[in-house]
Ligand binder design. Structure first.
Ligand code: GCO
Ligand code: MG
Length: 405
């Protein structure tokens, strides 16, 4: 089944997304998500200039070979831009294979390992009171696991809570240049255990809670945070330190039994290898898009399963519904699936462009069985929402030093 055409779409139904559509000679098409937040157009260029010309006429069924052709064949194997591009191609090919086989993709992986996908939602706020109010709402909606992020008093903006209540930080505002935030580790460390203390006092221990540190600590600071949070029995803390240096996780591991999650920025299995085989983390956060597609992600899952490490794919709003639906299939299959980040059912603009259906019941996300991923993209609707350059914020310490955002 030859590839006839490949189209790359950039649209902004609330925020920017890059979507790939591969069309075969019999007009079957598959979709992939290539969104790389704040660097979208670099992936578009990589796809249009360097990938698309090589794939026209190739057999859409040869997913494994095409993956290696694009990865090894580029000579420059790694890198967020190229991997997001390869990831989207790989996703679109799996979608096609499912459609041609008249099967949901999870069937091609070996079938379902569970009835639904456990998810965690987000409760953010400017104050502890507000976060707890939002947590209460999430529990009422049926969530059984929730991530808590709160503005740290006397700092300007905090991860997860920027731009006030109306404009959740990841729904891009008008940011033609990166906005700046301030960070104080001392203020954060003095404050955050109180958030979880109050959450447990109010809601008890049945609801699973987690927290994203967003790489803002050093290993020894993160070790201390993990210890301080131990009484509140978190599902995990995420990215306590940057992941470039895997041994940082060894230090944290030696000091605390608070579970650790990392890897939303891993591009390959090799980025994750050392942490997994040393069992320094409990959850791998790699997404189908940023991990180079389903082909490498299923290898990552199998490798992680040897070391009691579970998959917890990244599901922030900068991953499109195409990626969410790919995760649904992956998570239904992966024997060592842990939990999926899920930020909700989308805005009206988003749902005008992407057509998909998921349903939350008692903490589990369900979808209908459809061939392929079960998601569609409305090209006409997408034209109404043109791309606009937008950046993630940057972060500085109080003295002005550039820090991890
Ligand atoms: C998460 C992530 C996101 C990232 C975003 C960057 O755990 O959901 O850390 O919140 O900030 O995906 O593009
Ligand atoms: Mg994260």
């Amino acid at each position: 089944m030859r590839i006839k055409d490949i189209k790359v779409f950039v649209c902004r139904p609330g925020r920017n997304f890059v979507t790939v559509k591969i069309i075969t000679e019999n007009d079957t098409y598959g979709l992939g998500d290539a969104t790389l937040n704040g660097r979208e157009m670099a992936v578009v260029a990589y796809l249009e200039q360097h990938i698309v010309p090589c794939l026209i006429g190739k057999d859409a069924h040869q997913i494994e070979d095409i993956w290696h052709y694009l990865y090894k064949g580029a000579y420059w194997q790694n890198g967020a831009v190229s991997i997001a591009a390869i990831g989207a191609i790989d996703m679109a090919l799996w979608d096609i294979k499912g459609k041609l086989a008249h099967m949901p993709v999870y069937q091609l992986l070996g079938g379902k390992s569970r009835k639904g996908v456990r998810v965690y939602g987000h409760a953010n706020g400017e104050t502890i009171e507000e976060v707890l109010k939002n947590l209460g709402t999430m529990i009422k909606k049926g969530y059984k696991a929730v991530r808590l992020q709160c503005t740290i008093p006397n700092t300007k903006g905090t991860y997860g809570t920027m731009e006030g209540k109306k404009n959740y930080y990841e729904l891009q505002g008008n940011r033609p240049l990166p906005p700046e935030q301030k960070w104080s580790t001392t203020k954060y460390m003095n404050f955050i255990p109180e958030l979880f203390k109050q959450a447990r006092e109010k809601f008890g221990y049945e609801i699973e809670l987690c927290h994203d540190v967003h790489s803002r600590l050093t290993p020894i600071e993160a070790s201390r945070l993990g210890k301080l949070l131990e009484p509140y029995k978190l599902l995990f803390i995420e990215d306590p330190v940057t992941t470039e240096n895997a041994e940082g996780y060894k230090i944290i591991r030696e000091h605390t039994n608070t579970p650790l999650a990392a890897g939303e920025k891993f591009n390959t299995l090799w980025d994750a290898k050392e942490m997994i085989q040393n069992q320094w983390i409990d959850y791998v956060r790699t997404a189908v898009t940023h991990g180079g597609g389903l082909t490498p992600l299923k290898k990552l899952a199998d490798f992680a399963s040897l070391y009691h490490v579970r998959m917890a794919p990244h599901g922030a709003p900068d991953l499109s519904p195409v990626c969410l639906m790919a995760h649904m299939h992956f998570n239904l299959w992966a024997p060592n699936f842990g939990v999926q980040e899920f930020i909700g059912f989308g805005t009206p603009e988003l749902n005008e462009v992407f057509h998909y259906k998921v349903e939350l019941k008692e903490g589990l996300l369900y979808m209908d069985d459809k061939p392929g991923w079960g998601v569609d993209f409305d090209e006409e609707a997408a034209k109404k929402y043109p791309y606009k350059r937008s950046y993630l914020p940057i972060n500085r310490l109080e003295d002005g030093t550039l820090w991890n955002w």
